[in-house]
Design a protein around this ligand. Structure first.
Ligand SMILES: CC(=O)[C@@H](O)[C@H](O)COP(=O)(O)O
Ligand SMILES: NCC(=O)COP(=O)(O)O
Length: 248
């Protein structure tokens, strides 16, 4: 079975669209509440909840992290940049796992994997600190041989292969096949090195038919497409449908 981690960031994006327009004396918007969404989603079959506390707090904010930790019955996966501020928050909140991701302030969304080769010492320090706090670490990396080898060397139990390049080329048969072959090679290498292989970014109701065929795939983290679908169907139906497409 392939597990479904639901990323709820973009429920918070909708809330923050109003929250950010703060007029003097105005109350911040409280809806839609991503924590309520998470509770509904896990009842509908999500196996875990993913949140990305960005350094600029553009969607998930600190209070969400604490509230979601207290409210869900499944697993909490906290995506975060490799900074001491985030490591401190994770050590306090104790998510079930953290996924270390790169951040670039100007990006619209996460554009590439974390460069664990180039930032070896920085990543190693966070992997060790999280391990000492009893938190499992996942590294969000591109499906490239040196990155996967370094993830294993650093002792992270999980990798999440960045599927964005493949998803962005989905309608170009040749490049899509090349990108999928890269993911297949990466998943095989990760598995051979004893890593648990997850995947995420840009997965939707259509391309999930291909990603589910990725060998050794343990879990997919999916956010934007499920939250978008939920606007029309409600979150329960959106989660049930994706879970069925992942596994049935
Ligand atoms: C790392 C990653 O891929 C997720 O955090 C996801 O994309 C969240 O959405 P934003 O990148 O738009 O914040
Ligand atoms: N790590 C990827 C993730 O959590 C969800 O990405 P997306 O589905 O919002 O592109």
């Amino acid at each position: 079975m392939i597990f479904l981690g639901l990323n709820i960031d973009h429920c918070a994006t909708v809330r923050q669209a109003r929250y950010r327009v703060v007029h003097p004396g105005a109350e911040p918007a409280v809806e839609p509440d991503p924590v309520t969404l998470a509770v509904h989603a896990e009842r509908a079959g999500a196996d875990g909840i993913t949140i990305h506390l960005r350094e600029d707090r553009r969607h998930i904010i600190d209070s969400d992290v604490h509230r979601v930790r207290e409210s869900i019955a499944t697993r909490l996966n906290l995506e975060m940049a490799c900074t001491s501020e985030m490591a401190k928050i994770a050590a306090e909140v104790k998510p079930d796992s953290v996924c270390l991701v790169p951040e670039n302030r100007a990006e619209i969304t996460t554009e590439g994997g974390l460069d664990v080769v180039g930032q070896r010492d920085r990543v190693a320090a966070i992997v060790d600190a999280m391990g000492a706090a009893g938190i499992a670490v996942s590294l969000f990396i591109d499906p490239d041989e040196p990155q996967i080898a370094m993830a294993a060397e650093l002792g992270a139990p999980f990798i999440e292969l960045h599927t964005g390049a493949w998803a962005n080329r989905f309608y170009d048969a040749e490049s899509r096949a090349e990108e999928f072959a890269r993911l297949v090679r990466g998943a095989g290498q990760g598995h051979a090195l004893g890593l648990t292989v997850n995947a995420g970014h840009g997965i939707n109701y259509l391309n999930v038919a291909e990603i589910r065929t990725l060998p050794h795939l343990h879990e997919c983290n999916i956010g934007h497409s499920i939250i978008s679908r939920a606007l029309f169907t409600g979150i329960d139906e959106a989660v049930r449908e994706m879970r069925a497409r992942l596994n049935d």
